[in-house]
Design a protein around this ligand. Structure first.
Ligand SMILES: Cc1cc2nc3c(=O)[nH]c(=O)nc-3n(C[C@H](O)[C@H](O)[C@H](O)COP(=O)(O)OP(=O)(O)OC[C@H]3O[C@@H](n4cnc5c(N)ncnc54)[C@H](O)[C@@H]3O)c2cc1C
Length: 507
């Protein structure tokens, strides 16, 4: 019997596999594609997930050391001036999804995870003790038994369907978007901003969504190749026998959106190059993220517009939120109900992503009333408090899991601390173990019953916080700002240890 079978070796399934392996569980990953896909979806990671990747040592592999937050971003095709925010939480990592998945697959292999490519999940039943899976591999159909099964098999999740979990929401079919890697003649590129000079429209900044009365245009000169996208409003639903996509179709779409014929050309470089027509968009949230021994992560649990790029910020943090809880359940030390907190913590986060992607989608619709709404929104976006609010929302920095105390850090993502000896918190969290950072030198005894599960990190830190209990997913389970925590704080620390890491050894 397998401990955990994961269907889907997309980024979220692979991340979950890494987290389980770090926690001492060897999952089996089934992936129906025989080779990694060459399709590129995400062009990068946006938000707290960049810091999460750093805290697992993966940022270095993808792009070297983590940089500062970005000075600006886009919300609903409006500029978000992040220099106005008091605390800018918005990091971006501009690396294509296929590269992210490749690095996660490499990491999973290093951790001893078995990934069976060309193996498709086709059937699933469960009872109180196990999940029975039917799989079709290159050698034909076979069966597997697992204690838990996780569907990381994308928006059309077979796991979700087989488990009988509904996927309510809306399908919007009024848009068609055309994207392509292409070259743009140098005379259209503004040397100062790197944007595009379009007659009658001035300079369209790079990496910006530019709204017109017929659609949306984006020009993104990524290091790996320039991407142009035109999204239009349409009554045409398309059909199954649409002609294959061409650069000419993208060019025509740009002409309709911008009212100008931008002479894009064939892409340069080795490729693979993107050439994609995408009709409509789905906004759906699974009825539940867990049915007995079956769980869902990533797109299998939620789909929404890609506007603002929040998908992997949500999905990869789902995977990290689930990994340690599932591992603790399998290893036998999980407190009662721990696995259920996966959904109670992650569903509200998914609901907020659905909310802000729908809000942004509403802000790009053509029409005078929307233009007026954008004018008002533009005024609001000049207020530092609004910029802070939106930046926190888009990065996920506003997520706070149910705190047990009134310490402002309780339930929050642990801040990027640096110890006095120069060690960054991100270096201490690579093992994905729970940590008690004790800068008071007085809390070691409190950890006595949990030393097998929680690591003590002594040291000093030039900050107001003096002690932090950090869960493997990076969230704070308890915090203190006292030079010597008193009895009440110590009691709360022991309660937090029990709440998240189970009974003490000598209980
Ligand atoms: C156009 C576009 C642009 C996007 N841009 C961004 C962006 O900039 N930033 C961002 O963060 N997100 C972006 N996203 C969202 C992001 O791509 C998804 O959230 C992400 O791919 C979800 O990962 P996943 O692992 O959950 O699912 P997937 O990537 O869909 O992976 C699921 C895997 O499961 C496999 N599978 C399916 N069925 C089975 C089965 N029965 N048995 C075995 N294996 C199976 C599939 O082959 C696939 O490999 C974008 C999405 C789109 C469509």
């Amino acid at each position: 019997m397998e401990d955990v079978v994961i269907a889907g070796a997309g980024p979220n399934g692979l991340m979950l596999a890494c987290e389980l392996a770090l926690a001492g569980i060897r999952p089996l990953v089934l992936e129906r594609l025989p080779e990694p896909t060459t399709e590129n979806r995400a062009n990068g990671l946006v938000g707290q997930v960049v810091r999460l990747i750093d805290r697992r040592g993966l940022h270095e592999r993808l792009a070297g050391p983590i940089g500062p937050p970005v000075p600006g971003f886009v919300f609903g095709a409006m500029h978000l001036d992040l220099t106005l925010a008091e605390r800018n939480p918005l990091h971006i990592l501009g690396v294509p999804q296929r590269r992210i998945a490749a690095v996660l697959e490499e990491r999973a292999a290093e951790l001893g995870v078995e990934i069976r490519r060309g193996h498709e999940l086709t059937g699933l039943t469960q009872d109180a003790d196990a999940v029975a899976l039917e799989v079709t591999g290159p050698g034909g159909p076979y069966r597997l038994q697992a204690r838990y099964h996780v569907g990381a098999d994308g928006g059309r999740s077979v796991t979700r369907k087989l488990a009988g979990i509904g996927f309510p929401g809306v399908t919007e079919d009024r848009t068609v978007s055309h994207s392509a890697n292409a070259t743009v003649p140098a005379e259209f590129v503004d040397p100062e901003s790197g944007g595009l000079r379009i007659p009658g429209r001035g300079v369209i900044p790079p990496f910006f969504h530019y709204r017109t009365e017929t659609g949306l245009f984006a020009y993104a000169p990524f290091p790996a190749g320039t991407l142009v996208t035109a999204m239009e409003w349409t009554d045409d639903e398309g059909s199954d026998d649409e002609p294959p996509m061409s650069l000419g179709e993208v060019r025509a779409s740009i002409r309709r959106v911008l009212g100008f014929d931008l002479p894009i050309g064939e892409p340069e470089g080795a490729g693979p190059h993107l050439l994609r027509r995408l009709r409509g968009r789905n906004t759906r949230l699974a009825e539940k993220f867990r049915e007995g021994r079956v769980l869902l992560v990533g797109d299998a649990a939620h789909v929404h517009s890609a506007i603002g790029g929040p998908g992997l910020n949500l999905g990869l943090q789902d995977a990290v939120g689930l990994g340690w809880k599932l591992a603790a359940t399998l290893r036998g030390w999980a407190p009662a109900g721990l696995l259920d907190t996966y959904e109670s913590e992650r569903r509200p986060v998914a609901e907020r992503v659905v909310m802000h992607t729908q809000a942004q989608s509403a802000l790009i619709v053509p029409g005078g009333d929307v233009t007026a709404l954008r004018e008002l929104f533009g005024e609001l976006l000049r207020l530092p408090s609004t910029v802070q609010h939106i930046a926190d929302l888009m990065s996920g920095a506003d997520v706070r899991y149910a705190p047990a105390t009134d310490h402002p850090l309780d339930g929050r993502w642990a801040p990027d601390l640096m110890l006095a000896d120069g060690t960054r918190l991100a270096e201490l969290t690579r093992t994905a173990r729970p940590l008690l950072l004790d800068f008071t030198g007085s809390l070691g005894d409190e950890l006595r019953g949990w030393h097998d599960r929680v690591d003590l990190v002594p040291g000093t830190v030039p900050d107001e916080v003096t002690a932090l209990l950090i869960r493997p997913d990076g969230y704070v389970a308890w915090a203190s700002s006292s030079a010597t925590p008193d009895d009440t704080e110590r009691k709360a620390l022991r309660a937090a240890l029990e709440r998240w890491f189970g009974d003490p050894l000598d209980a």
